[in-house]
Design a protein around this ligand. Sequence first.
Ligand code: COA
Length: 183
Amino acid sequence: MEFAKKEITLKNGKTAILRSPTPEDAEDFLAFFTQAAAETPFLLSSPEDPPLTVEAETQWIQGILQSEAQVAILCLVDGKIAGNCLISFSPKKKVRHRGRVAIALLREYWGNHIGSMLFEEMISIAKGWHLTQLELEFIEGNDRARGLYEKMGFRITGEIPNAIRLSDGTMLKEFQMVRAMGE
Ligand SMILES: CC(C)(COP(=O)(O)OP(=O)(O)OC[C@H]1O[C@@H](n2cnc3c(N)ncnc32)[C@H](O)[C@@H]1OP(=O)(O)O)[C@@H](O)C(=O)NCCC(=O)NCCS
């Protein structure tokens, strides 16, 4: 589904654009995502994974735009992709009430409320879709993400031990969070 383009003002006073990715963004999106994954251990993707391709990104973007159950939002600052988020639901009837969300920003843009503003948009989309709860996961130690999610009304509902193995062998838990809608 498409997200209608809008302008937002960041905590530092700068203007940013929120809009859907288009197939023409595939190359820039790949560069953005590769950098984001290299800058934090808290995303599931890492530079050690097989590289993605522009063709795969183009198909991924086209799939989202054609889907009634997915919306991706890019945040552009000075024309550069600073962040991205994705909200989706499964059309299967038994789980149609549950939404999933994910978010990542480049490190230089952290702390400017882009995360908070992207979450406000996703919560508004979730209400429009009549979802009754939103769900996500974060990795042990990702205090900034946890702070954002708690601020946006999510609460921890469970954890998976040894969910993530870093390249030095460190094992980390994954926490599951849920936000009930209508709050
Ligand atoms: C997690 C992430 C999306 C947060 O986005 P952000 O734009 O930096 O977050 P915001 O500026 O909107 O901050 C939101 C809230 O988080 C909390 N917060 C910020 N930094 C924090 C920290 N270091 N520790 C705990 N809470 C923190 C605050 O409550 C803040 O709200 P406030 O400024 O009104 O008090 C961003 O840091 C990111 O992309 N990180 C790398 C990728 C990632 O970890 N993605 C999530 C995977 S689960």
